[in-house]
Design a protein around this ligand. Structure first.
Ligand code: IPE
Ligand code: IPE
Ligand code: MG
Ligand code: MG
Ligand code: MG
Length: 289
């Protein structure tokens, strides 16, 4: 993990415009939002899937940077006063606090564009049609029928009590879609997996993506601001429906384990029984922040 985290840090650093390039404030804020923090789970999943597909690591670098940029943009906007109104992220003031709201909006806009520049400006696949499909995959996962749509459901669900199927729908979109796409895109940087294996891997991505947000809900209720690097207890304070509010802490924790087991079963059909993805799935459920 440390090796891969170091690799993605360098790839992101190289891809982001230098702070001295105009407009300086925007580029400084983009770098602040992306660099020097975060677990890099989505890039790690892309690298893990890429390994199974025998992908060239340089190709996975571009995909890993793209998914992390979309993720970082989603966090910057998620923290803004119009959404969750958070002041702390990755142990530092949020972008709109450190800079200002207009800059935070533009940081999100620019990171999203840069993500698609990463996918379209580098060779990811031998076949141009396959590369186009990869770009479409990320577009779908981040748009109104993916992450952004999930965020819309999250906002309109505030102060409502959702049943588990509705919560599942929200979580699969707001967080699951990008995690699922990270796995799918990493795998598509190589040609080592059959269509059946890609389907198995997609099952893994779907379930581990849902597990990820269930754990995020648990940690919000059960951990501290110091450990999380973001304000703990915010979901209850913001009156958000979560797996914890629906099921209680104990059952939500159990469910995360069940979702991980379901995800892991799909890896049995893959080379090296899923290799590093198996360890990442454990990490996603056992993590403390
Ligand atoms: C937090 O994501 C927001 C969600 C989508 C649940 P992460 O827990 O991956 O945040 P970082 O990137 O490690 O800061
Ligand atoms: C965020 O979910 C999901 C996205 C940013 C797409 P949360 O609002 O629960 O994430 P945190 O807890 O602020 O990191
Ligand atoms: Mg939110
Ligand atoms: Mg939030
Ligand atoms: Mg949360």
């Amino acid at each position: 993990m440390l090796d891969r985290q170091d690799r993605i840090e360098k790839a992101l650093d190289a891809a982001l415009p230098a702070p001295a390039i105009a407009p300086v404030r925007l580029h400084t804020a983009m770098r602040y939002a992306v660099l020097g923090g975060g677990k890099r789970v989505r890039p790690l999943l892309a690298y893990g899937a890429g390994e199974l597909a025998c992908a060239q690591t340089e190709r996975v670098d571009s995909v890993a940077a793209a998914v992390e940029m979309i993720h970082a943009y989603s966090l910057v906007h998620d923290d803004m006063p119009a959404m969750d109104d958070d002041v702390l992220r990755r142990g530092r003031p949020t972008v709109h606090v450190e800079f200002d709201q207009a800059t935070a909006l533009l940081v999100g806009d620019s990171l999203q564009s840069l993500a698609f520049q990463m996918l379209s400006g580098h060779q990811l696949a031998d076949d141009a049609r396959r590369q186009l499909e990869m770009i479409e995959l990320l577009a779908r996962a981040s748009g109104s029928r993916g992450m952004a749509g999930g965020q819309a459901i999250d906002l309109e669900s505030t102060a409502k009590s959702l049943a588990v199927p509705e919560l599942e729908f929200m979580h699969i979109h707001k967080t699951g879609a990008l995690i699922r796409a990270s796995v799918a895109l990493g795998a598509r940087c190589g040609t080592g997996l059959s269509d059946t294996q890609l389907d198995q891997l997609d099952h893994f991505g779907k379930f581990i993506g849902l597990a990820f947000q269930v754990v995020d809900d648990v940690l919000d209720a059960d951990s501290s601001t110091a450990t999380l690097g973001k304000t703990a207890g915010k979901d209850a304070r913001n009156n958000k429906p979560t797996y914890v509010s629906a099921l209680g802490l104990e059952r939500a924790r159990e469910l995360a384990g069940e979702l991980r087991d379901n995800a892991l079963r799909a890896l049995n059909f893959l080379p090296q029984e899923g290799g590093h993805l198996r360890q990442l799935a454990e990490f996603i459920v056992l993590r403390k922040f």
